[in-house]
Design a protein around this ligand. Structure first.
Ligand SMILES: NC(=O)c1ccc[n+]([C@@H]2O[C@H](COP(=O)([O-])OP(=O)(O)OC[C@H]3O[C@@H](n4cnc5c(N)ncnc54)[C@H](OP(=O)(O)O)[C@@H]3O)[C@@H](O)[C@H]2O)c1
Length: 322
């Protein structure tokens, strides 16, 4: 396993484990998945993964409970990251929610506590007052944000008066926005960009095509899985396969290696099986050549999916079958 080159209380592995899938019906993994989830966590620990990401909103607390239980006594050795869902993120609410999350996780301190998304009305000044108090009493180690633009990330730091260690954002080969400013800032300031949906929810695995789309509500609502976009993505998947063959790897592993090339980026793929977890952890060891990286970037740029408003009628048709 490789780690972020930063001075943090505990080392942060370049591949972490995302656990939105745990206890969340919307992924459609069925009742057996809960046992598999515990096996996935245990295997991740064996493989040197030290970052485990959850949130109070995932399965309405179930993800935190499953993760905490599966980590058991190893909780203290790793970086347990959770998130407050900012419905009314004023200081006392943030504090009370952190206590509830810590109890579900079975920890006395949440190593990384993140604001799940920026609140359009409540300013970070009040949210960060709550975070600072949590740090002062030791219930929270590092503070993070999620889905913040650069301006608001820096504002949150000013409000906290300390580093906001990480910003968790959507970052994959087909969502490269963070390369513009968040990643350069992280490198320059000694911060971390945590890449969520790093496999574009499995789109980049090459496992799905127009005739075989994934099931489950999460991905039925994701425009990348519209038949048209799966067709448009075929060339990108071919490019991933080509590089994967040269490394005796899979397209998913190459898609992760592409992100991990940036020193201050970590990726937190979710996994539906232990085998996927193993492959994802192994991706941290893959070094792409400059030529491979450039070819992948070019293939990614050529992928032009139908998204936004233009995708809405197609998504509705796909859901209703009309
Ligand atoms: N902060 C936020 O707002 C936010 C938003 C979204 C997610 N997140 C976090 O980020 C984590 C990851 O994002 P995500 O789950 O949306 O997307 P993702 O990690 O890109 O995709 C996960 C899915 O990809 C497939 N997969 C994983 N490893 C694979 C492999 N080695 N080979 C082939 N397929 C593989 C699995 O689905 P199948 O096997 O079913 O195809 C898995 O459920 C979440 O668990 C959550 O912790 C945060």
């Amino acid at each position: 396993m490789r780690f972020v080159p930063l001075d943090t209380p505990k080392p942060i592995s370049k591949i972490g484990l995302g656990t939105w899938q745990f206890g969340s019906k919307e992924w459609g993994y069925g009742p057996d998945y809960e046992h598999r989830a515990a096996d996935i966590v245990r295997r991740a620990l064996d493989l040197g993964v030290t970052l485990f990401d959850t949130a109070e909103i995932y399965g309405f607390g179930r993800s935190e409970r499953i993760l905490g239980e599966a980590l058991g006594e190893d909780r203290a050795k790793v970086v347990v990251a959770s998130k407050v869902f900012p419905v009314l993120p004023i200081a006392p609410v943030v504090q009370q929610r952190a206590v509830a999350s810590a109890a579900r996780l079975g920890v006395t301190s949440i190593d990384l506590y993140q604001v799940h998304q920026p609140n359009p009305v409540v300013a970070d000044t009040t949210t960060m007052r709550g975070m600072r108090a949590l740090q002062d009493v030791g219930l929270v180690g590092e503070v993070g944000v999620s889905n913040y633009n650069l301006r608001r990330w820096r504002f949150a730091e000013a409000a906290l008066g300390r580093r906001v260690l990480s910003n968790q954002v959507r970052y994959s080969m087909i969502d490269r926005g963070p390369e513009e400013d968040l990643i350069p800032y992280a490198e320059q300031a000694g911060r971390i960009v945590i890449a969520y949906s790093p496999l574009a929810q499995g789109f980049l695995s090459g496992r799905y095509d127009a005739k075989n789309p994934p099931s489950g509500a999460v991905r039925r609502a994701n425009p990348y899985f519209l038949p048209e976009n799966l067709e448009r993505g075929a060339q990108l998947i071919e490019a991933l396969r080509g590089v994967a063959d040269a490394h005796d790897a899979t397209p998913s592993q190459i898609a992760l290696a592409y992100l991990l090339r940036q020193p201050n980026v970590v990726a937190i793929p979710g996994a539906s099986s232990v085998e996927q977890m193993e492959r994802n952890a192994a991706a941290a060891e893959i070094d792409l050549t400059d030529d491979e990286y450039a070819a992948l970037a070019a293939a990614a740029r050529q992928f032009r999916p139908v998204t936004g408003l233009a995708a809405l009628p197609k998504l509705i048709r796909a859901r209703t079958g009309k």
